[in-house]
Design a protein around this ligand. Structure first.
Ligand code: PLP
Length: 435
């Protein structure tokens, strides 16, 4: 009987995070341009960041070490759900009648339902160690907020979440999840911050955006004692923490006796893509193999495929350092699609750099086509995927169809970053043709 799942044991959970910057420097001889202080236009130093991040995370942000050891406490908590399974999508392959072999890494198997907890456990740990009492963050669809709420609960930290208004309304049970774990959750823009008030005065019916919610979270950090900020994507240290996904996937692919020709991840701020891709990309930089990497984004927020590569702010109020990234402009408010986690105007500087250097490709899909892919996947493989993850499914399906047309056996790997059991509103609208 053929194996569908490739499972690792708990002692195969990675012992370190893989730092792609080391490989870029060593094999490409270049690194992304550094973040700049908007006032001086000089590279930001630790002092610029220490008001919002603990020192260990600032160190990780600029580290060029090959590996960063995962603290034992964090590894122990990873055992609650890691290693996550790698699954061969035989039924989807049959449905598509493709010679391609399709594998997916299932991060929806985590307690909060997505990959985001890989970084929140690490972030809560380092903050706790440095005496922080409260973590404050924004969330789009609520996956990062749920993951941070649980991590804060585990480490005895208070947690405040600014949830983008459109998702707050589309996904009401996400806020219940965060409240179950003990967090305070607000619909952003709120009336509690100066910036939120300003946005509401200008446009009371705004759907909100990640850029606005980040500004509110940062403002709230400034007003709260012993509080720091936590970001769910974009920054180097967040992408670093997600590399546990790709490291496990590499071991699992080895056990399957195959190596991916194509690695696919949806891109919001870039951490999910980085998680699955960077360990394989490190191989490619080292061995010059031909693996392709594809980031998948929504057509309504096409940072990579339509954005400009420039220095821009990470938030709408222009409070963050300037980052060199593909951006649609920091005041861009995307349409209220259900993939709330992909509604970010910019892209991680590391992912932007890789795209600019042609080390990866990007593709954008409209909302209807990704829900159709999600339904085909649910009906063949059983899992109802988050709308964000449906972008990766759609790209994997398209690559499998291309492989059939070319008569080639391609090995396709994608990250199924989260389940969609709290996203049924979007599926419902799709099924009723009212999206
Ligand atoms: C299920 C899921 N997948 C992917 C993403 C995008 O993640 P990233 O910003 O890390 O690219 C999100 C973001 O919230 C998400 O919730």
């Amino acid at each position: 009987m053929k194996n569908r799942k490739i499972i690792l044991s708990e002692n195969e959970i990675p012992e370190y995070y893989l730092n792609i910057s080391y490989y870029l420097k060593k094999y490409l001889g270049k690194l992304p341009d550094p973040p700049l202080n908007p006032a001086t236009k000089k590279p930001v130093g630790p002092a610029d960041l220490s008001a919002i991040f603990p020192m260990e995370l600032i160190k990780q942000e600029v580290s060029l070490d090959k590996e960063i050891a995962i603290p034992e406490e964090v590894r122990d908590l990873y055992k609650l759900y890691r290693p996550t399974p790698l699954i061969r999508a035989y039924r989807l392959e049959k449905f598509l009648d493709t010679p391609a072999h399709i594998y997916y890494k299932y991060e929806g198997a985590s307690p909060t339902g997505s990959h985001k907890i890989n970084t929140t456990l690490a972030q809560a740990y380092y903050n706790k160690k440095e005496g922080v009492k409260t973590l404050i963050a924004e969330t789009g669809a609520g996956q990062f907020g749920s993951a941070l709420s649980l991590a804060c609960n585990f480490f005895g930290l208070k947690c405040q979440i600014f949830m983008v208004k459109v998702s707050f309304e589309q996904k009401p049970y996400r806020k219940t999840v965060m409240r179950i774990y003990g967090a305070d959750v607000f619909s952003s823009p709120t009336k509690f911050t100066q910036f939120g008030k300003k946005i509401l005065e200008e446009n009371p019916n705004t759907p909100g955006s990640l850029g606005i919610a980040i500004s509110e979270a940062l403002e709230s950090v400034g007003k709260t004692e012993k509080a720091k900020y936590s970001l769910g994507s974009v920054l180097n240290h967040v992408l670093l923490h997600q590399t546990v996904i790709g490291q496990e996937a590499k071991k699992q692919m080895e056990k399957s006796g195959e190596y991916p020709d194509i690695v696919i991840g949806c891109v919001g701020g870039g951490s999910n893509f980085a998680g699955i891709a960077f360990p394989f990309l490190a191989d490619k930089l080292k061995n010059k193999n031909k693996t392709r990497f594809v980031g998948v984004e929504p057509q309504s927020c096409p940072s990579l495929t339509r954005g400009k590569y420039k220095y821009d702010f990470g938030d709408t109020a222009k409070m963050t350092p300037l980052m060199k990234m593909y951006s649609l402009g920091s005041d861009f408010v995307p349409s209220p699609i259900h993939a709330g986690g992909l509604r970010y105007h910019g892209m991680a500087p590391l992912v932007s750099f890789l795209y600019h250097e042609k080390q990866m490709e990007a593709v954008a899909y409209d909302q209807k086509s990704i829900f159709q892919a999600g339904i085909d996947f649910a009906r063949t493989e059983g899992i109802i995927a988050a709308p964000e993850s449906c972008h990766a499914i759609k790209a994997a399906i398209d690559e499998a169809i291309k492989a059939k047309a070319e008569g080639k056996k391609k090995v396709i790997l994608f990250n199924l970053s989260g389940h969609g059991l709290l996203d049924l509103n979007g599926y419902d609208k799709f099924l009723q043709n009212t999206l």
